[in-house]
Design a binder for this molecule. Structure first.
Ligand code: S3P
Length: 435
Protein backbone atom coordinates (compact mmCIF):
# COMPACT_ATOMS: atom_id res chain seq x y z
CA UNK A 1 0.00 0.00 0.00
CA UNK A 2 0.98 3.58 -0.63
CA UNK A 3 0.80 6.80 1.40
CA UNK A 4 0.83 10.01 -0.62
CA UNK A 5 1.58 13.33 1.00
CA UNK A 6 -1.47 15.65 0.78
CA UNK A 7 -1.48 18.37 -1.93
CA UNK A 8 -1.81 21.14 0.66
CA UNK A 9 0.49 21.44 3.70
CA UNK A 10 -0.99 20.17 6.97
CA UNK A 11 -0.58 20.87 10.66
CA UNK A 12 -1.55 18.40 13.40
CA UNK A 13 -4.20 19.61 15.82
CA UNK A 14 -6.47 17.96 18.34
CA UNK A 15 -6.57 15.06 20.78
CA UNK A 16 -5.79 11.39 20.39
CA UNK A 17 -5.74 8.23 22.49
CA UNK A 18 -3.14 5.69 21.43
CA UNK A 19 -3.59 1.92 20.99
CA UNK A 20 -2.41 -0.24 23.90
CA UNK A 21 1.34 -0.52 24.36
CA UNK A 22 2.66 -3.44 22.30
CA UNK A 23 5.15 -4.65 24.93
CA UNK A 24 2.54 -4.50 27.71
CA UNK A 25 -0.15 -6.24 25.57
CA UNK A 26 2.17 -9.24 24.98
CA UNK A 27 2.74 -9.55 28.72
CA UNK A 28 -0.95 -9.05 29.51
CA UNK A 29 -1.83 -12.08 27.36
CA UNK A 30 1.04 -14.19 28.74
CA UNK A 31 0.28 -13.51 32.40
CA UNK A 32 -3.52 -13.81 32.00
CA UNK A 33 -3.02 -17.16 30.30
CA UNK A 34 -0.83 -18.45 33.13
CA UNK A 35 -3.10 -17.03 35.86
CA UNK A 36 -5.93 -18.80 37.65
CA UNK A 37 -9.27 -17.12 36.99
CA UNK A 38 -10.60 -14.71 34.42
CA UNK A 39 -8.70 -11.65 33.21
CA UNK A 40 -10.22 -8.85 31.20
CA UNK A 41 -7.74 -6.99 28.98
CA UNK A 42 -8.86 -3.52 27.91
CA UNK A 43 -7.25 -1.25 25.29
CA UNK A 44 -5.62 -4.27 23.63
CA UNK A 45 -3.73 -2.95 20.60
CA UNK A 46 -5.14 -5.11 17.79
CA UNK A 47 -1.68 -5.01 16.16
CA UNK A 48 -0.62 -8.15 14.33
CA UNK A 49 2.31 -8.82 16.72
CA UNK A 50 0.02 -8.89 19.75
CA UNK A 51 -2.55 -11.04 17.94
CA UNK A 52 0.23 -13.58 17.25
CA UNK A 53 0.86 -14.00 20.98
CA UNK A 54 -2.89 -14.25 21.61
CA UNK A 55 -3.41 -16.96 18.96
CA UNK A 56 -0.41 -18.93 20.21
CA UNK A 57 -2.00 -19.18 23.67
CA UNK A 58 -5.25 -20.29 22.06
CA UNK A 59 -3.25 -23.07 20.35
CA UNK A 60 -1.81 -23.95 23.76
CA UNK A 61 -5.34 -24.60 25.00
CA UNK A 62 -6.21 -21.25 26.66
CA UNK A 63 -9.76 -19.98 26.13
CA UNK A 64 -9.61 -16.36 24.99
CA UNK A 65 -12.76 -14.51 23.89
CA UNK A 66 -12.92 -11.28 21.95
CA UNK A 67 -15.44 -8.96 23.58
CA UNK A 68 -14.91 -6.04 21.20
CA UNK A 69 -12.08 -4.62 19.04
CA UNK A 70 -10.04 -3.65 22.10
CA UNK A 71 -11.28 -5.99 24.84
CA UNK A 72 -10.42 -9.64 25.41
CA UNK A 73 -11.47 -12.07 28.14
CA UNK A 74 -8.85 -14.68 29.06
CA UNK A 75 -9.99 -17.73 31.06
CA UNK A 76 -6.78 -18.76 32.79
CA UNK A 77 -6.58 -22.22 34.35
CA UNK A 78 -3.28 -21.81 36.13
CA UNK A 79 0.38 -22.08 35.39
CA UNK A 80 0.43 -25.78 34.54
CA UNK A 81 -2.58 -25.81 32.26
CA UNK A 82 -0.94 -25.30 28.86
CA UNK A 83 -1.30 -28.24 26.44
CA UNK A 84 0.74 -29.49 23.49
CA UNK A 85 -0.08 -27.59 20.28
CA UNK A 86 -0.91 -29.75 17.25
CA UNK A 87 0.29 -27.11 14.80
CA UNK A 88 3.40 -25.00 14.34
CA UNK A 89 3.14 -21.83 16.43
CA UNK A 90 3.41 -18.80 14.16
CA UNK A 91 5.02 -15.67 15.64
CA UNK A 92 4.71 -13.78 12.32
CA UNK A 93 6.91 -10.68 12.43
CA UNK A 94 7.05 -10.53 16.23
CA UNK A 95 10.44 -10.90 17.93
CA UNK A 96 8.87 -10.42 21.35
CA UNK A 97 6.45 -13.30 20.72
CA UNK A 98 9.13 -15.66 19.48
CA UNK A 99 11.67 -14.91 22.19
CA UNK A 100 9.33 -14.79 25.20
CA UNK A 101 7.44 -17.88 24.06
CA UNK A 102 10.67 -19.84 23.55
CA UNK A 103 11.55 -19.19 27.20
CA UNK A 104 8.10 -20.20 28.36
CA UNK A 105 7.85 -23.30 26.15
CA UNK A 106 11.27 -24.59 27.21
CA UNK A 107 9.86 -25.47 30.64
CA UNK A 108 6.61 -27.14 29.50
CA UNK A 109 6.15 -30.91 29.48
CA UNK A 110 5.47 -31.09 25.74
CA UNK A 111 6.96 -30.59 22.28
CA UNK A 112 6.39 -27.46 20.22
CA UNK A 113 7.69 -25.75 17.10
CA UNK A 114 7.70 -21.97 16.76
CA UNK A 115 8.37 -20.08 13.53
CA UNK A 116 8.05 -16.62 12.02
CA UNK A 117 8.10 -14.72 8.75
CA UNK A 118 11.22 -14.09 6.63
CA UNK A 119 12.28 -11.04 8.63
CA UNK A 120 11.96 -12.87 11.96
CA UNK A 121 13.73 -15.97 10.59
CA UNK A 122 16.80 -13.80 9.92
CA UNK A 123 16.95 -12.31 13.42
CA UNK A 124 19.30 -13.69 16.12
CA UNK A 125 17.72 -16.26 18.41
CA UNK A 126 20.99 -17.71 19.79
CA UNK A 127 20.97 -14.95 22.43
CA UNK A 128 17.86 -16.66 23.86
CA UNK A 129 18.46 -20.33 23.07
CA UNK A 130 22.02 -20.38 24.45
CA UNK A 131 21.12 -19.35 28.04
CA UNK A 132 18.03 -21.55 27.89
CA UNK A 133 20.25 -24.50 26.92
CA UNK A 134 22.42 -23.67 29.96
CA UNK A 135 19.22 -24.17 31.98
CA UNK A 136 18.83 -27.63 30.41
CA UNK A 137 16.42 -26.72 27.61
CA UNK A 138 16.37 -28.94 24.54
CA UNK A 139 16.01 -26.63 21.56
CA UNK A 140 17.05 -27.20 17.96
CA UNK A 141 16.64 -25.00 14.94
CA UNK A 142 18.38 -23.51 11.96
CA UNK A 143 22.09 -22.85 12.51
CA UNK A 144 22.04 -25.06 15.62
CA UNK A 145 19.19 -23.13 17.22
CA UNK A 146 20.50 -19.65 16.43
CA UNK A 147 17.68 -18.95 13.96
CA UNK A 148 13.97 -19.78 13.79
CA UNK A 149 12.09 -22.03 13.21
CA UNK A 150 12.86 -23.54 16.62
CA UNK A 151 11.81 -26.99 17.85
CA UNK A 152 11.45 -27.16 21.61
CA UNK A 153 11.33 -30.44 23.52
CA UNK A 154 10.08 -28.97 26.78
CA UNK A 155 11.18 -30.45 30.08
CA UNK A 156 12.93 -29.96 33.39
CA UNK A 157 15.01 -26.80 33.75
CA UNK A 158 17.60 -25.65 36.30
CA UNK A 159 17.85 -22.04 37.42
CA UNK A 160 20.94 -20.06 36.35
CA UNK A 161 22.69 -16.80 37.06
CA UNK A 162 23.04 -15.17 33.66
CA UNK A 163 24.97 -12.10 32.64
CA UNK A 164 23.32 -10.70 29.51
CA UNK A 165 25.75 -9.70 26.74
CA UNK A 166 23.24 -7.11 25.43
CA UNK A 167 20.63 -5.05 27.24
CA UNK A 168 17.47 -6.74 25.98
CA UNK A 169 14.06 -6.94 27.64
CA UNK A 170 13.12 -9.80 25.35
CA UNK A 171 16.12 -11.85 26.45
CA UNK A 172 15.64 -10.97 30.14
CA UNK A 173 11.94 -11.86 29.95
CA UNK A 174 12.57 -15.16 28.13
CA UNK A 175 14.97 -16.29 30.88
CA UNK A 176 12.64 -15.14 33.68
CA UNK A 177 9.68 -16.98 32.10
CA UNK A 178 11.82 -20.13 31.83
CA UNK A 179 12.92 -19.52 35.44
CA UNK A 180 9.26 -19.62 36.50
CA UNK A 181 9.25 -23.32 35.59
CA UNK A 182 12.82 -24.15 36.70
CA UNK A 183 14.22 -25.75 39.82
CA UNK A 184 16.09 -23.28 42.00
CA UNK A 185 16.53 -19.55 41.58
CA UNK A 186 17.28 -17.75 38.30
CA UNK A 187 19.07 -14.42 38.17
CA UNK A 188 19.49 -12.17 35.14
CA UNK A 189 22.03 -9.34 35.16
CA UNK A 190 22.05 -6.36 32.80
CA UNK A 191 25.33 -5.47 31.09
CA UNK A 192 27.54 -3.17 33.20
CA UNK A 193 26.59 0.51 32.79
CA UNK A 194 23.69 -0.17 30.40
CA UNK A 195 21.08 1.47 32.63
CA UNK A 196 18.75 -1.49 32.14
CA UNK A 197 16.12 -2.57 29.65
CA UNK A 198 12.35 -1.98 29.94
CA UNK A 199 10.82 -3.70 32.98
CA UNK A 200 7.27 -4.50 31.81
CA UNK A 201 7.65 -8.20 32.69
CA UNK A 202 8.80 -7.41 36.23
CA UNK A 203 5.87 -4.99 36.70
CA UNK A 204 3.43 -7.59 35.41
CA UNK A 205 4.68 -10.16 37.97
CA UNK A 206 3.90 -7.65 40.70
CA UNK A 207 0.53 -6.70 39.20
CA UNK A 208 -0.48 -10.38 39.13
CA UNK A 209 0.39 -10.67 42.81
CA UNK A 210 3.84 -12.33 42.69
CA UNK A 211 6.60 -9.70 42.84
CA UNK A 212 10.14 -10.59 41.79
CA UNK A 213 13.31 -9.64 43.65
CA UNK A 214 14.86 -6.62 41.88
CA UNK A 215 18.07 -4.79 42.58
CA UNK A 216 19.89 -2.35 40.32
CA UNK A 217 20.72 -4.26 37.14
CA UNK A 218 19.48 -7.61 38.52
CA UNK A 219 16.22 -9.58 38.50
CA UNK A 220 15.78 -12.78 40.52
CA UNK A 221 13.01 -15.34 40.41
CA UNK A 222 12.83 -18.12 42.97
CA UNK A 223 10.23 -20.85 42.47
CA UNK A 224 7.79 -21.77 43.74
CA UNK A 225 6.31 -18.40 42.77
CA UNK A 226 2.74 -17.97 44.12
CA UNK A 227 0.01 -18.62 41.53
CA UNK A 228 -0.98 -15.55 39.48
CA UNK A 229 -4.58 -14.44 40.00
CA UNK A 230 -6.75 -13.22 37.12
CA UNK A 231 -6.88 -9.41 36.86
CA UNK A 232 -8.64 -6.61 35.06
CA UNK A 233 -5.96 -4.94 32.98
CA UNK A 234 -6.18 -1.59 31.20
CA UNK A 235 -3.17 -1.28 28.92
CA UNK A 236 -1.72 2.25 28.69
CA UNK A 237 -1.30 3.86 25.27
CA UNK A 238 1.86 3.02 23.35
CA UNK A 239 4.57 5.68 23.75
CA UNK A 240 6.35 4.20 20.71
CA UNK A 241 3.22 4.95 18.65
CA UNK A 242 2.85 8.38 20.28
CA UNK A 243 6.40 9.23 19.18
CA UNK A 244 5.36 9.54 15.50
CA UNK A 245 2.75 12.17 16.35
CA UNK A 246 5.06 13.98 18.77
CA UNK A 247 7.71 14.43 16.08
CA UNK A 248 5.12 15.31 13.42
CA UNK A 249 3.66 18.00 15.71
CA UNK A 250 7.12 19.41 16.50
CA UNK A 251 8.24 19.69 12.87
CA UNK A 252 4.96 20.69 11.12
CA UNK A 253 4.36 24.44 11.64
CA UNK A 254 1.13 25.42 13.40
CA UNK A 255 0.70 22.08 15.22
CA UNK A 256 -0.61 21.55 18.74
CA UNK A 257 -1.68 18.07 19.86
CA UNK A 258 -2.64 16.35 23.10
CA UNK A 259 -2.10 12.61 23.51
CA UNK A 260 -3.90 11.11 26.48
CA UNK A 261 -3.45 7.85 28.38
CA UNK A 262 0.16 7.34 27.24
CA UNK A 263 2.38 4.85 29.10
CA UNK A 264 5.31 6.59 30.78
CA UNK A 265 7.44 3.67 31.95
CA UNK A 266 10.88 5.24 32.65
CA UNK A 267 12.44 2.52 30.48
CA UNK A 268 10.54 3.96 27.51
CA UNK A 269 10.52 7.74 27.96
CA UNK A 270 13.94 8.36 26.41
CA UNK A 271 12.33 9.78 23.27
CA UNK A 272 10.57 12.53 25.23
CA UNK A 273 13.84 13.52 26.93
CA UNK A 274 15.74 13.46 23.62
CA UNK A 275 13.15 15.62 21.83
CA UNK A 276 12.99 18.06 24.74
CA UNK A 277 16.79 18.27 24.65
CA UNK A 278 16.53 19.21 20.98
CA UNK A 279 14.22 22.08 21.94
CA UNK A 280 10.92 20.27 21.45
CA UNK A 281 7.98 21.89 23.24
CA UNK A 282 6.53 18.78 24.92
CA UNK A 283 4.78 18.92 28.27
CA UNK A 284 4.23 15.77 30.30
CA UNK A 285 1.44 15.52 32.89
CA UNK A 286 1.68 12.31 34.92
CA UNK A 287 -1.79 11.01 35.81
CA UNK A 288 -1.36 7.72 37.70
CA UNK A 289 -0.81 3.99 37.19
CA UNK A 290 -2.53 1.35 35.06
CA UNK A 291 -1.54 -2.31 35.50
CA UNK A 292 1.54 -1.20 37.43
CA UNK A 293 2.64 1.14 34.62
CA UNK A 294 2.81 4.95 35.04
CA UNK A 295 0.81 6.91 32.47
CA UNK A 296 -0.02 10.49 31.65
CA UNK A 297 -0.92 13.13 29.07
CA UNK A 298 1.48 14.61 26.53
CA UNK A 299 1.13 17.91 24.71
CA UNK A 300 3.40 18.81 21.78
CA UNK A 301 3.56 22.05 19.84
CA UNK A 302 5.56 23.13 16.77
CA UNK A 303 9.11 23.96 17.77
CA UNK A 304 12.44 25.04 16.38
CA UNK A 305 14.55 21.93 16.88
CA UNK A 306 18.31 21.72 17.15
CA UNK A 307 20.49 18.67 16.62
CA UNK A 308 21.70 16.60 19.58
CA UNK A 309 24.20 13.97 20.65
CA UNK A 310 22.62 10.69 21.79
CA UNK A 311 24.38 7.58 23.10
CA UNK A 312 24.71 5.26 26.12
CA UNK A 313 21.84 4.33 28.43
CA UNK A 314 19.43 6.79 26.78
CA UNK A 315 19.50 4.73 23.56
CA UNK A 316 18.08 1.63 25.33
CA UNK A 317 15.28 3.84 26.66
CA UNK A 318 14.28 4.89 23.13
CA UNK A 319 15.43 1.90 21.08
CA UNK A 320 12.35 1.65 18.86
CA UNK A 321 12.17 5.42 18.42
CA UNK A 322 15.53 5.93 16.66
CA UNK A 323 13.89 5.95 13.18
CA UNK A 324 11.48 8.76 14.14
CA UNK A 325 14.20 10.56 16.14
CA UNK A 326 16.22 10.53 12.90
CA UNK A 327 13.35 12.33 11.14
CA UNK A 328 13.35 14.97 13.90
CA UNK A 329 17.14 15.25 13.50
CA UNK A 330 16.86 15.79 9.74
CA UNK A 331 14.31 18.56 10.33
CA UNK A 332 16.42 20.16 13.09
CA UNK A 333 19.12 22.79 12.73
CA UNK A 334 22.67 21.44 12.89
CA UNK A 335 24.15 17.97 13.23
CA UNK A 336 22.83 15.03 15.27
CA UNK A 337 25.01 12.16 16.39
CA UNK A 338 23.51 8.78 17.38
CA UNK A 339 25.76 6.00 18.76
CA UNK A 340 25.53 2.74 20.80
CA UNK A 341 22.55 1.77 18.64
CA UNK A 342 24.02 -1.35 16.96
CA UNK A 343 20.96 -3.35 18.14
CA UNK A 344 18.96 -1.52 15.47
CA UNK A 345 20.65 -3.67 12.87
CA UNK A 346 18.80 -6.77 14.13
CA UNK A 347 15.29 -5.35 14.37
CA UNK A 348 12.43 -5.94 11.88
CA UNK A 349 14.87 -4.47 9.33
CA UNK A 350 18.45 -3.20 9.60
CA UNK A 351 17.10 0.13 10.80
CA UNK A 352 20.41 2.02 10.63
CA UNK A 353 20.93 1.01 7.01
CA UNK A 354 17.33 1.64 5.99
CA UNK A 355 17.05 5.02 7.77
CA UNK A 356 20.33 6.17 6.17
CA UNK A 357 19.21 5.00 2.73
CA UNK A 358 15.77 6.62 2.95
CA UNK A 359 17.06 9.92 4.38
CA UNK A 360 19.57 10.10 1.53
CA UNK A 361 16.67 9.78 -0.95
CA UNK A 362 15.24 13.01 0.52
CA UNK A 363 18.56 14.82 0.12
CA UNK A 364 19.46 14.69 3.82
CA UNK A 365 23.18 14.45 4.62
CA UNK A 366 23.65 11.21 6.55
CA UNK A 367 26.60 8.99 7.42
CA UNK A 368 26.20 5.44 8.67
CA UNK A 369 28.39 3.96 11.44
CA UNK A 370 28.43 0.37 12.72
CA UNK A 371 26.45 1.50 15.79
CA UNK A 372 24.83 4.73 14.73
CA UNK A 373 24.24 7.63 12.37
CA UNK A 374 25.40 11.19 11.83
CA UNK A 375 22.58 13.28 10.43
CA UNK A 376 23.06 16.78 9.05
CA UNK A 377 19.82 18.64 9.65
CA UNK A 378 18.48 21.94 8.46
CA UNK A 379 17.81 21.54 4.74
CA UNK A 380 14.45 19.79 5.16
CA UNK A 381 13.22 16.86 3.08
CA UNK A 382 13.04 16.84 -0.71
CA UNK A 383 9.88 15.02 -1.82
CA UNK A 384 10.89 11.42 -2.49
CA UNK A 385 9.42 7.96 -2.88
CA UNK A 386 10.31 6.20 0.38
CA UNK A 387 10.33 2.42 0.82
CA UNK A 388 9.34 0.91 4.17
CA UNK A 389 11.40 -2.31 3.83
CA UNK A 390 8.35 -4.07 5.32
CA UNK A 391 9.15 -2.44 8.67
CA UNK A 392 6.23 -0.76 10.48
CA UNK A 393 8.37 1.81 12.27
CA UNK A 394 10.14 2.82 9.04
CA UNK A 395 6.75 3.22 7.29
CA UNK A 396 5.40 5.49 10.06
CA UNK A 397 8.64 7.49 10.44
CA UNK A 398 8.85 8.24 6.71
CA UNK A 399 5.15 9.10 6.59
CA UNK A 400 6.05 11.94 8.98
CA UNK A 401 8.99 12.86 6.71
CA UNK A 402 6.58 12.86 3.72
CA UNK A 403 4.20 15.24 5.51
CA UNK A 404 7.12 17.58 6.10
CA UNK A 405 8.38 17.23 2.49
CA UNK A 406 4.93 18.08 1.09
CA UNK A 407 3.30 17.20 -2.26
CA UNK A 408 5.10 14.57 -4.32
CA UNK A 409 6.43 12.63 -1.34
CA UNK A 410 5.13 9.10 -0.80
CA UNK A 411 5.79 5.93 1.20
CA UNK A 412 5.58 2.46 -0.32
CA UNK A 413 4.84 -0.61 1.79
CA UNK A 414 2.59 1.08 4.36
CA UNK A 415 0.60 -2.13 5.02
CA UNK A 416 3.38 -2.95 7.52
CA UNK A 417 1.84 -0.50 10.03
CA UNK A 418 -0.61 -3.29 10.93
CA UNK A 419 2.22 -4.90 12.94
CA UNK A 420 1.84 -2.41 15.79
CA UNK A 421 -0.71 0.23 14.77
CA UNK A 422 -3.40 -0.80 12.24
CA UNK A 423 -5.33 2.49 12.61
CA UNK A 424 -2.25 4.73 12.24
CA UNK A 425 -3.41 6.41 9.02
CA UNK A 426 -6.95 6.91 10.33
CA UNK A 427 -5.60 8.57 13.48
CA UNK A 428 -3.17 10.69 11.46
CA UNK A 429 -6.04 11.82 9.25
CA UNK A 430 -8.11 12.77 12.31
CA UNK A 431 -5.35 15.12 13.53
CA UNK A 432 -4.43 16.56 10.10
CA UNK A 433 -5.74 20.07 9.48
CA UNK A 434 -5.09 22.41 6.55
CA UNK A 435 -2.36 24.88 7.44
C1 S3P B 1 10.66 -5.35 23.48
C2 S3P B 1 11.99 -5.14 23.71
C3 S3P B 1 12.88 -4.46 22.75
C4 S3P B 1 12.06 -3.67 21.71
C5 S3P B 1 10.92 -4.47 21.16
C6 S3P B 1 9.97 -4.88 22.26
C7 S3P B 1 9.86 -6.06 24.51
O1 S3P B 1 13.63 -5.43 22.06
O2 S3P B 1 12.90 -3.24 20.67
O3 S3P B 1 10.20 -3.73 20.20
O4 S3P B 1 8.61 -6.01 24.44
O5 S3P B 1 10.45 -6.69 25.39
P1 S3P B 1 15.01 -6.05 22.65
O6 S3P B 1 14.69 -6.81 23.87
O7 S3P B 1 15.52 -6.93 21.56
O8 S3P B 1 15.91 -4.89 22.91
Amino acid sequence: MLFKSPKKPVALKGKLTLPGDKSVCHRAIIFSSLARGESLIKNFSGGDDNLRTLRIFQKLGVEIQKKDEKTYLVKGRGRNSLTEPEEILNAGNSGTTLRLMTGLLAGQSFFSVIAGDRSLSRRPMGRVTEPLKLMGARITGREGGKKAPLAISGGKLQGIRYQMPVSSAQLKSAIILAGLFAEGPTEVLEPEGSGGSRDHTERMFEFFGSPLVQRKGLVRIEPPVPEFKGQEITVPGDISAAAFFLVAALILPGSDITLSGVGLNPGRTGIIEALQKMGGNITVTPEGKMCGEPWGTLRARSSKLEGGDFSGALIVRMLDEIPILSIAAAAAKGPTRIRDAGELRVKESDRLKVVARELARAGVGVKEYPDGLDIQGGKGFQPASFISAGDHRIAMAFTVASLSAGPGAEVKGTESVKISYPQFYRDLESLSKKR
